[in-house]
Every structure is written in C-alpha cells, then in structure tokens.
Ligand binder design. Structure first.
Ligand SMILES: [Zn+2]
Length: 178
C-alpha cells in the first residue's frame, strides 16, 4: 500500500463552459490526452470533480501521481474543473459551483474518516501558481475542517500497576515470627 499523507487540490484552469454537455469521464479523458502530450503516462490527477459535482477517476490511487512537483510521493491530486484565470486567493464561488463544493467536502471527509491526520492543501502552497484558485485552508476552515490537523494525542496505555510494597518487601517481623 502506498502511504498517503496529503490531498492536494488543483483546478483545470478551464473556462466555466469548457466541454459543456460532456460527461466528467470525457473531461477526464481530455485531460489524460493533455498530460500524455506532456510525455506523462496519463492523467496526473487521481480524481476530477466536474461542474455538477460528478467525480471521474484519474490515475489509480495506488500509483504515484504527477500533479505537484516534488510532492507526488505521498499525495493524491484532485482537480476541480474550472478555475480559468484564477488567482491563489480568489473566493471558491468565483470559479467553482456549489455542487463542486459539496463533492470536494465529501471527498475530504471520506479521506479524513480513514486517516484523521491527512493534510489537505492547494497546489499554490507548493508553487507560485494560482491553482486551485482559492485559499484551501481558509475555505476548509469556513466549513469547520482543519487543513492541517494536529496529530491526535497518542493514547499511552497505563503502565502495569506496580506491586504493593508489602508484597515485595514483607515486613522483617513476619520472617522473624515464622
Ligand atoms: Zn495544480
């Protein structure tokens, strides 16, 4: 099993009406073609979230992605369709739909359920880019989700109760009496 410690959020930097009327899978296939044209072995993201909140699977989660330079090893990349011309600190609704917000939150929550320590970040935290076109940590905070949770306190089991002193060191007078 590949260790996954982080979800990195991206956008496709496409206009809101890009490939309108086509399914999420068709958009995934188009991105797959773009990334193959870059010489990659296929789509670099692990999932895309379409304008209507529909998911399409990208690269297998078990496979290392190609979406954030220097941070692909333990991450998965999820790409929101849209975000053309987005800047790093735009508001989520400037570029994405309510359906995408719901789908992304469900995605994050599902992974968090599996691993409460998983970190959620945006591509722009690792590169001087607008992608994904909003402040991921701030947006999540607005939904009551901490992007970088403190590790849960380790539950340390109590040490074995120590034996009472009288058991370890019987009073000398008992021995004397015996
Ligand atoms: Zn990106």
């Amino acid at each position: 099993m590949r260790k996954i410690s982080q979800i990195v959020i991206h956008c496709s930097a496409t206009r809101p009406d890009w490939m309108e009327g086509h399914s999420a899978a068709e958009k995934r296939d188009e991105i797959d073609r773009w990334h193959k044209a870059r010489g990659w072995r296929g789509i670099g993201y692990h999932a895309i979230i379409d304008r209507d909140g529909a998911f399409a699977q990208g690269r297998e989660v078990e496979q290392i992605g190609a979406h954030v330079k220097g941070h692909n090893l333990e991450t998965i990349g999820v790409c929101l369709i849209g975000g053309h011309g987005a800047a790093a600190h735009d508001a989520f609704p400037d570029h994405f739909t309510d359906a995408q917000a719901g789908a992304l939150l469900a995605f994050v929550e599902a992974w968090r359920e599996d691993d409460p320590a998983i970190i959620i970040s945006g591509h722009n935290e690792y590169a001087a880019k607008g992608c994904p076109g909003f402040d991921v940590a701030g947006w999540l905070k607005g939904h009551g989700i901490d992007a970088r949770p403190q590790p849960a306190p380790q539950i340390v089991s109590d040490p074995a109760p120590s034996a009472p002193a009288w058991l370890l060191r019987p009073p000398m007078r008992r021995r004397a009496r015996a």
